[in-house]
Design a protein around this ligand. Structure first.
Ligand SMILES: Nc1ncnc2c1ncn2[C@@H]1O[C@H](COP(=O)(O)OP(=O)(O)OP(=O)(O)O)[C@@H](O)[C@H]1O
Length: 391
C-alpha cells in the first residue's frame, strides 16, 4: 500500500487540432484508497491511467508511488512499466491465449523475477481470492467472460503491487456478471486494502466502488469528493448532469419571483407573457438567472387541476411519452421549452398508469430538492442540501 502523488500532470497529443488529453492534473491518493476517475468519453481518464502505468510519455509533471519517484519530467525521470510496482486490469481481459490460467496469473511475478516457489504460492493465493483455484490449468478460451475477468483481476493483484489500475474492467461483462464481479472487487478491496485507481464512465459503478470520485472534464478534475457528496452536492452543472440530474430547468428572475427562461423573449429576458412560476427560491439575491437541476425521481406529477404542496414549484406540463417501468412510470413531459423526465411511482398513485401523450398535467418539485446553478454552471451558495452526508 502506497501513498500516490500526481502533480501538474500534462499530456498532449499531436494532431489537428492537437489534444490536451490531461491538463495540469494533480491528485493525492491515500494508502489503501480506491479512487474512481469518472467522466464521459474523451475526458482523459485512460490517458491519466496510462501515465500512471508508464505507458505514455507525459509533457509535464511528476508522479510518485510511496517514496519512489516514477515520473519527473523536469528531472527526466520516466520509469518503464516493469520498474513500477503497479498491477493493471483492463477492459479487454488481455489474457495470453496460449498460457494457462496459472501462467497468466504468474506473468507479472515472472517479469519481477519472483522466486519460483514463492510465485507458486502467490498464484494459488490470488486464484483463491477470486474463486478461480479450480481453473488454474485451463486456457482462457475454456473460461466464461466473468471467469476471464476474475483471472485478470488475480493477475493484477498477484504481485502485491503498490497500486492497482483498472481501465473499465467490467464494461465487457453482461449486466448480471458485472454486478457479481463488482461486488467481488468491492469485497476484495475491503479485505486486502490495496490502493486503486479505477476508470469508468458508469456512475453506478463509481458510486458503489469509490472511496472518492474524481469527475473529469477536458483533462482536468472538475470535482473530487466522496460518492455521497458528489451525488448530493454536485459542485457544477457538468457534474450534476453526469451524476443523474438529467432534468434542467432554466429560470429567470422576474420582479420578486422567477419565470421559466424557456418561455422568454428573443432577448433572453422573461417576456411580458411569461408567468412567474414561483415567488421565492433558495438562491442569493445577486443571481438573476439560474438553472434548477433535478433527478427524474425528484420531479413529481399530479393531475392539472390539483394544487401541488406548499414549498414546491408547480409547472404546467404536457405529456410527451409514458412508459411502464414496473413500480413506476417513466414519463417525458414538456414544461415551457424544456423536456423533462419524471419517474412517477405507481405505488399508492395508480393515476400515473393512465398517462398518455398530449395529456396536460402539473409537474412539481420541492424547492429544496433541486440544486441551483448560476450562469457559469457553479452551484449557488443559497442551497442547503437536505440529505447531505458527512457535511
Ligand atoms: N494516441 C492518441 N493520439 C492522439 N490523441 C489521443 C490519443 N489517445 C487519446 N487521445 C485524445 O486524448 C483525449 C483523451 O482521451 P482518453 O482516451 O484519455 O479519454 P477517456 O476519457 O479515457 O475516453 P474513453 O472513455 O472513450 O476511453 C481525447 O480527445 C482523445 O481523442
Amino acid at each position: 500500500m502506497s501513498h500516490v502523488r500526481i502533480e501538474g500532470l500534462t499530456k498532449r497529443f499531436a494532431g489537428k487540432p492537437p489534444a490536451v488529453a490531461v491538463d495540469n492534473l494533480s491528485l493525492e491518493i491515500e494508502p489503501g484508497e480506491f479512487i474512481v476517475l469518472l467522466g464521459p468519453s474523451g475526458c482523459g481518464k485512460t490517458t491519466t491511467l496510462r501515465c500512471l502505468a508508464g505507458l505514455e510519455t507525459p509533457d509535464e509533471g511528476g508522479i510518485s508511488l510511496g517514496d519512489q519517484t516514477v515520473l519527473d519530467v523536469r528531472g527526466k525521470v520516466n520509469l518503464p512499466p516493469n520498474k513500477r510496482r503497479i498491477g493493471m486490469v483492463f477492459q479487454s481481459y488481455a489474457l495470453w491465449p496460449h498460457m494457462t490460467v496459472r501462467r497468466n496469473i504468474g506473468y507479472p511475478l515472472r517479469t519481477r523475477r519472483v522466486p519460483r516457489e514463492q510465485a507458486r504460492t502467490r498464484i494459488e493465493e490470488a486464484a483463491e481470492l477470486v474463486d478461480c483455484a479450480a481453473l488454474l490449468d485451463r486456457y482462457p478460451a475454456q473460461l466464461s467472460g466473468g471467469q476471464q475477468q476474475r483471472v485478470a483481476l488475480a493477475r493484477g493483484l498477484a504481485a502485491q503491487p503498490d497500486l492497482v489500475l483498472f481501465d473499465e474492467p467490467l464494461s465487457n461483462l453482461d449486466a448480471r456478471l458485472r454486478d457479481q464481479v463488482r461486488a467481488q472487487l468491492h469485497e476484495l478491496h475491503a479485505r486486502l486494502g490495496f490502493t486503486a485507481v479505477f476508470v469508468t464512465h458508469d456512475q453506478s459503478e463509481a458510486l458503489a466502488l469509490g472511496d472518492r470520485l474524481a469527475i473529469m472534464k477536458a483533462g482536468r478534475i472538475e470535482q473530487l469528493d466522496t460518492p455521497e457528496r458528489v451525488f448530493e452536492e454536485p459542485a457544477t452543472e457538468y457534474v450534476a448532469g453526469f451524476i443523474g440530474m438529467s432534468n434542467r430547468l432554466p429560470l429567470l428572475r422576474q420582479g420578486e419571483g422567477w419565470a421559466l427562461a424557456s418561455a422568454s423573449g428573443a432577448d433572453g429576458q422573461a417576456g411580458a407573457e411569461s408567468q412567474t412560476v414561483v415567488d421565492e427560491l433558495p438562491v442569493p439575491r445577486s443571481h438573476s438567472e439560474v438553472s434548477a437541476r433535478l433527478r427524474p425521481d425528484d420531479l413529481q406529477l399530479c393531475p392539472a387541476e390539483e394544487k401541488p404542496p406548499a414549498h414546491s414549484v408547480g409547472l404546467p406540463a404536457e405529456v410527451v411519452d409514458a412508459q411502464f417501468g414496473g413500480r413506476h412510470m417513466d414519463v417525458v413531459v414538456t414544461v415551457g421549452g424544456s423536456r423533462l423526465h419524471a419517474q412517477a411511482p405507481l405505488t399508492g398513485k395508480p393515476w400515473a398508469r393512465s398517462l398518455s401523450r398530449g395529456q396536460r398535467v402539473t409537474a412539481w418539485f420541492a424547492k429544496d430538492v433541486a440544486i441551483y446553478y448560476d450562469a457559469d454552471g457553479v452551484r449557488t451558495a443559497g442551497h442547503t442540501p437536505t440529505a447531505a452526508v458527512g457535511a
